[in-house]
Design a protein around this ligand. Sequence first.
Ligand code: 0RA
Length: 336
Amino acid sequence: MSEEAKEKKYSADSIQALEGMEHVRMRPSMYIGDTGVRGLHHLVYEVVDNSIDEALAGHCDAIKVDINEDNSITVEDNGRGIPIDLHKKEGVSALEVVMTKIGAGGKFDNSNYKVSGGLNGVGASVVNALSGKMIAEIHREGFLWKQEYQQGITVTPLEQIEESKKTGTQITFWPDETIFDHTDFNFEILAHRLRELAFLNKGILITIRDNRTERFQEFKYDGGIAAFIKHINENKSVLHETPVYFSGKSDDVELEVAFQYNDSYTERIYSFVNNINTVEGGTHLTGFKGALTRTLNSYMTANKITNDSKENLSGEDVREGMAAVISARVTNPQFE
Ligand code: 0RA
């Protein structure tokens, strides 16, 4: 490519990037659902999601969330750190690409953001677009690196701040007051979701500190969704002490299931795909329900508990008093 062509491509790329950012700011609800309380807290989940991905890749075991006194949020992980080397195609650091480039438009519309386990890795740039200010601090390659953005636009070059022996990513953001109805974060809302994430992703230490009130909670569940079930049944009389737990993998799908009966009549089944609660259910939930009913009925027949197929248990029968969590991980999600 000639220098002139490069220049042209560069300005075409930056116009496109700007348009991506402007689109997020113009239509925030297409990316984060709404600009009320839900959308505001969704910003935190998007940033945390990237750290969870780093943990699932096996490079991070602690994620720290701070609500700061000025209502900004800091999310810190001890992963490898977002790469700071030059991204050849974009002509800026990989960090700057992650923070400022929105993925191809239309791919991340409202209909699929709920099932994709975050915004397909574009979460950081969306949060950046909707933040009056955002600061990325990266510990990597022996140094602390820092860059600052405003409303998704880079305002300082990537700076080498000081020597550092550790690795990890720290993102601080101030939600844009011109976009959100309110910008005060609720400790309980964040703590509830972070606890859920700790159940769904066993072994990761997730902490939340509210620097406005000094409240602090930490979550780490080596038992994963089996611990989740114990939590759900906490104040119930259980019919068996240990939850049933199993997991399996097939092609691009990983599945974990845990359940435990209590002496109530209520069925409480929570299903997740890529850490997102699938309230509308789906094949993972229907599959589980069908398999459970079928298995118990064939057990009854095989063990002559009943000889009469008319005496088969219904799905509702076998789910009475059941607390269950089904967690599916799809590596290459195809969205409808
Ligand atoms: C891609 C490559 C590498 C790290 C990450 C992404 C990364 C992203 C985030 C976002 C939040 N925390 C993160 N931690 C890591 C590193 C690739 C390498 O070192 O070889």
